[in-house]
Write a protein that binds this ligand. Sequence first.
Ligand SMILES: *[C@@H]1O[C@H](CO)[C@@H](O)[C@H](O)[C@H]1NC(C)=O
Length: 256
Amino acid sequence: MARGPFPAFVVLSMAFGSVVLLMSTGVRWGVRRKVRTSFNGADYLEDSLAGNQTRYRVLATSEETGGESFTVEILIREGAYGATRGKPGSQPGHLHLQQDEQLEVKKGRLGYWRGHPSLAAEVAADDEDAMVVIQQGEAHSLWNAGGEGGGDLLLEATFRPAGKGEAFYETLAGLGHDYETALAVSPLQKVLTYHRGGAVLTGMPQWLWRLCEEWLVPLAEGFGYKAFYPEYSTRAAGTPSAAEALASVRAELADY
Ligand SMILES: *[C@@H]1O[C@H](CO)[C@@H](O)[C@H](O)[C@H]1NC(C)=O
């Protein structure tokens, strides 16, 4: 194999430097789970370690629209875990206190309910009006309704006004990744993120949700959980993502 242009010690120290960078940008989650993977600068966030569940991409940030809205592309794969059995990618019933949520179906078939879980409906990408608007304060859940062999569901979700912004979705996705799947994320963490994200879980009596807010939110914060983590912000500048750092180590070693 041809020797690259760099002496071995340069390559090795770069590799070592990259490994240190990897560790510092959060790849150690596998060993010490509280260390968080950095998605800074990444295009996509997968909400599972295997990357075969739900994928998020921020198309427009709150900052870019001056707080008017933010838009997230959501790809729900056919076999994604869902909060409800048989509904891939479904979230627990929830509502947004301040925001309207506009869903545009780009590909596949969206299943959703609005108001009550018994009121399920579907919209397909090739329907004439492939759009659903969920009003602020309206309980809902969404899933991939394509069925077996139905393929992926691709959505564009726009929230108006932006409120706390895309950090809510980035955090839920990043947590899912760092705890292997979204189902494995601590309920304390979820309650905290939903609460600070201006969302309410509607699958329980509302007095119980208020108790959660009053008791579990301070408890979660006492344990050191945060509502949002800077590592999961894809638009934060600077730190290369773990994947990029790894690719650069591989490129160096391949040269050598
Ligand atoms: C996703 O990948 C994991 C790990 O390879 C596997 O165990 C799981 O069954 C996969 N899930 C789906 C829905 O494909």
